[in-house]
Write a protein that binds this ligand. Sequence first.
Ligand code: ZN
Length: 250
Amino acid sequence: MIKAVIGSKAFIEARIIRVTIWNEFVAERTDPEVANIYPKGIHYALAEGLAPYGLRIRTATLDMPEHGLTEQVINDTDVLIWWGHLAHEEVDDLVVECVYQKVLQGMGLIVLHSGHFSKLFQRLMGTTCQLRWREANEREILWVVDPSHSITEGLGHYIELQQEETYGEFFDIPAPDELIFVGWFQGGEVFRSGCTFYRRRGKIFYFQPGHETHPTYYNKEILLVIANAVRWAASPHGAEPVFGNAKPLE
Ligand code: ZN
């Protein structure tokens, strides 16, 4: 028994996690303020920031054929990271369906910031995923409310961001399976900023920080959270269930 446990642990540690970072890559090419912060795109900044964590990282963007999310890419992805804002409606329904099915089968998914309003996240949540917001360059404190969760490993009690877009409740999501961070903003709002959801075998983490006019994805603690979340989401949840016609036991 002990041997089996050691064996499986060695397997987990030896496996290199395959990450695909998807970004619509629109504002960085149309808005000089955003281009100044992310000249090569949010996906590029995330890929560079996550590079020290020993992951195998590729990026994909909206303008690529099938948005860079071909069946081959999806089948070669353990965890998909998603950033979108201006172009949610331009994402092809067939691509959304393909990714949705893959999440149910066990691909991990990390939805960042305005990705809350993506077709994919709405489909997985089954709700509108609307929220309240304000662009006022306010200070944010992200409180760790589940310090035992692996997503918060290496953090203190909170992460402080000098400027972020304000997101506030009510956030129209189902009750999260785990609430990891609660964000507080200078203007008074609170927000469920870090939430996990289990959808069949897929593990999903929603993480609020990352407005495109702030350098949030260069923040080492934010990158640590995303790297921790990648590791958490990389292994599918439980076993594949059996569906269909069932014979009686006796
Ligand atoms: Zn935003």
